[in-house]
Design a protein around this ligand. Structure first.
Ligand SMILES: *Cc1c(COP(=O)(O)O)cnc(C)c1O
Length: 390
């Protein structure tokens, strides 16, 4: 067994990141400035985005998207139950009503067929989450959004580097929201990016900094550098240059970090792919998977212990794990407010009950990966249901 605890998703920070942050500290410019501008430019080049705005979180990018699109009280927004609370909390923040539809059993992404059935005259938008880094069926979702005149917002917190039919996630004109939280594939500690068409990104830019506009002021004033106008009661969502400094260097090493993730995934898939006790993640042919998470599902009929016990056994072997996600509709706030029952979304619920996320980080060594595989196989062997012969 491992001597030390293997964390679930430690960040990969090198000397380059440290030097770039120190450079920022010495420059005298700490908050939004030249490095955030450069980070947005390089990120939009990488994702082929029409325009990009740095913000202080993916949550802020999602919220700004809803506000910029005018989603408000009385509107409905369709999304998935298998996501982090942020994707749904922002719907509450604008006074709209979240409508959850169940997921596909293989990818665990929102099911396009069920989206169509959930549309009402009040529906204004769909928030599609690229779960674990596997893109949703964008063609089908875009088609539904177009036919029903709905806005599409992509929660791409897991999907930096992913693509759908050759198109990078983030390259579309609709708002797409990325996270640079500490555990994500590219990190700035805390941070996020909003990509989309220029008009929307400009609107979000103003909203992200108090609703302050220098352009509006300059329309009716010669205006010194001090002059600004408040055109909307905006928010405080800007990214600092210290965060962007980290992001710039993370972007430089991003392809190599993704390559290392894919190597680790290859080892996991080879170890668990042919074992009847497990269901391993799928990867559809027409997408590039960003592999933010490796979600293993237990076939409980093969095992004498449940998912929670399985996790305890893995943790006891010094391996960190997580669960993505506790479905939104079973959290107390949402269950009470909307009177949602766990069984309302059976695919999300049953898969939640048997899933665990294994450690995944480009920082992991081959020994770390072997430790995870050994721990999982050891628990599996001890908990395997014995079958009677003949
Ligand atoms: C991490 C995450 C978010 C929130 O990202 P922050 O940058 O922490 O605000 C949103 N959606 C999903 C699916 C996430 O995993």
């Amino acid at each position: 067994m491992r001597e030390t605890f293997l964390p679930f998703a430690p960040p990969m920070i090198g000397e380059e990141e440290i030097a770039e942050v120190v450079d920022t500290l010495r420059s005298g410019w700490l908050t939004t400035g030249p490095k955030t501008r450069q980070f947005a430019e390089e990120f939009s080049a990488y994702t082929q985005a029409p325009a990009a705005l740095t913000v202080n979180s993916c949550t802020a990018a999602l919220h700004l998207s809803l506000v910029a699109l005018g989603v408000t009280t009385g509107d409905e927004v369709i999304t998935t139950p298998l996501t982090f609370a942020a994707s749904v909390n922002v719907i509450e923040h604008v006074g709209a009503r979240p409508v959850l539809v169940d997921v596909e059993p293989d990818t665990l992404n929102i099911d396009p067929k069920k989206v169509e059935q959930a549309i009402t005259p009040a529906t204004k938008a769909i928030i599609a989450v690229h779960y674990a880094g596997h893109p949703v069926e964008l063609d089908a979702i875009r088609d539904i959004a177009d036919r029903h005149k709905l806005h599409l917002i992509e929660d791409a917190a897991h999907a930096i580097g992913a693509s759908y039919k050759g198109q990078p996630i983030g390259s579309g004109s609709n708002p797409t929201c990325f996270s640079f939280y500490a555990t994500k594939n590219l990190t700035t500690g805390e941070g996020g990016m909003l990509t989309g068409d220029e008009e929307l990104v400009d609107k979000a830019r103003t909203l992200s900094l108090h609703g302050m506009s220098r352009e509006a002021w300059s329309r009716y004033s010669a205006g010194g550098k001090w002059a600004y106008d408040i055109v909307a009661p905006g928010f405080k969502n800007n990214m600092t240059d210290m965060q962007a400094a980290l992001g710039l260097q993370q972007l430089r090493r991003f392809e190599s970090m993704q390559a290392r993730r894919r190597e680790i995934i290859g080892q996991y898939q080879a170890a668990f792919g042919n074992d009847a006790a497990f269901q391993t993640p799928v990867h559809r042919d027409h997408v590039t998977h960003a592999w933010h998470l490796y979600v293993l599902r237990l076939n409980e009929s093969e095992l004498t212990i449940n998912r929670n016990q399985f996790i305890e056994e893995i943790n006891a072997r010094n391996i960190g794990t997580s669960v993505h996600f506790i479905p939104i509709h079973i959290h107390s706030f949402y269950a009470k407010k909307y009177n949602w029952k766990p069984e309302d979304l059976p695919v999300a619920l049953s898969n939640y009950n048997r899933m665990l996320s294994l450690p995944l980080s480009p920082r992991m060594t081959n020994n770390d990966v072997a430790d995870v595989i050994n721990a999982v196989q050891d628990v599996n062997a001890k908990a395997r249901r014995k079958r009677m012969a003949g």
